[in-house]
Design a binder for this molecule. Sequence first.
Ligand code: HEC
Length: 305
Amino acid sequence: MKKICFGILMMMMTATTSFAGDAVKSFKQDPFSHPHFALYVVLIMFIITIVLVSIAILYVVKTLNMFTADAEREKALKLGNTYVPRPSFWARLSQKMNASVPVADERSIEMHHSYDGIKELDNHLPPWWTYLFYGTIAWSVIYIVVFHLSDSLPLQTEEYESELVVAEQQAQRLRASQPQEQIDVEKLVYNADAKLIENGKAVFVDNNCGACHRGDGGGNTIGPNLTDEYWLHGGQAKEIFTTIKAGVIDKGMPAWGKSLSPQKVRDVTFFIMSLQGSKPENGKAPQGEKVIQAAPSDTLRSAAL
Ligand code: HEC
């Protein structure tokens, strides 16, 4: 039995030595190649074994008890005594674990003082409590060996760091699978490419920019008119890009850089610029400074809208 326990402990220790390894998938995605897979299998087998062994032991003890009870009854009959069955295993265990002094005998453990007639009993700690306490001492030894001396299992911080490594690897793979076109905001100039403007229009619609700027960009009580030549924060492509990305939080314009990729911000910038001079009906009065910029040709604008 000792050998088995030791063997299982050693397996648990070696099963996890590769925890900081190079797995990139989470346990849910790919349990079989997860570095803790072997540990979990060993643990589950260990628990199943304990349960099965306990059931087997219970049955053996029960059968043995039956035989002893029969033998005792026969013996009592032979000797002409009355047969008194022995208390059950559970009754004895409970008595052993609590080892409490029966109420009738409490006088024997009474302490020799009394306060206003209230007396104190000199009870010892119940054995179940002391056994639990010894258990925690034993557990602390296992814990120190496993976590601090043999380093078989990762400590919380190590676990956290190895998860960060995995997350970084996942992020790298994600970035590699969706290469982002680099956008140099400083050099950004308007591009009347119909495809980009179409994408930008989708961004405008999907993100409900129209809730504040009106569907046609004409502006409403909250957002300014985006179709005129007057701009609060500059009308060049790079300025519009920056306004959309960073927002004007205290004036109620959200910072879209958090939820939109640079591509999307660029496309919606171009879409807004394509609205220049479209003069929607009842557009909001101009705000800010007049900015002269190359307006897109009408053909391109109508192609995009
Ligand atoms: C919750 C309302 C709201 C939403 C939604 C909103 N905006 Fe705005 N936006 C504003 C306000 C208000 C301003 C004016 C800020 C100021 O007064 O400085 C503004 C300003 C702007 C400006 C600068 C205008 C200028 O004159 O300089 C641009 C460009 C702009 N918004 C684009 C967008 C885009 C693109 C979206 C959608 C992705 C969007 N906005 C969604 C409220 C909003």
